[in-house]
Design a protein around this ligand. Structure first.
Ligand code: TYD
Length: 133
């Protein structure tokens, strides 16, 4: 459910020359990292996402700038604003998500538990609702 999609504070190594945040699959995260991708150059007003995954676990991080994530488990919805590189949003399987309100220059980093597979996507909201009912 959306209540399992929690904000995960990430370790920050800080000194006067700046910060480093390290994420390790299976150690920091409850899943192995099999893929990394990032969204950037999202034009103002555009939305991303608009789908659910059948089996994929993800950690979503605003490594630069900010954006909002709407999560929907078919019953409950919540909106989370991400705007810090040392916090991630865990998204469990079976959650419809929409990303919007990208600030200019923002970068959305995604750490994912599986390699890309189109068959893992549910891109039709009616189908999603049917599966969830
Ligand atoms: P999609 O996941 O729908 O984007 P978003 O959720 O950010 O709106 O992916 C957009 C396109 O990129 C789609 O045609 C599939 C392709 N894609 C890959 O080829 N590999 C990947 O790992 C990802 C995430 C997307």
């Amino acid at each position: 459910t959306v209540f399992d999609c929690s904000i995960l504070p990430l370790a920050k190594v800080h000194n006067r020359a700046g910060n480093i945040t390290v994420v390790t699959g299976n150690e920091t995260l409850p899943f192995p990292i099999r893929r990394i991708y990032y969204l950037y150059d999202v034009p103002g007003g555009e939305e991303r996402g608009g789908h659910a995954h059948r089996g994929l676990h993800q950690l979503i991080v605003a490594v630069s700038g900010s954006f909002e994530v709407m999560l929907d488990d078919g019953k409950n919805k919540k909106i989370v604003r991400l705007n810090r590189p040392d916090y991630g949003l865990l998204v469990t399987p079976g959650i419809w998500r929409e990303l919007f309100e990208f600030s200019s220059g923002s970068v959305c980093l995604v750490l994912a538990s599986e390699v890309y597979s189109e068959s893992d996507y549910i891109r039709d909201y009616d189908e999603f609702k049917l599966i969830k009912s």
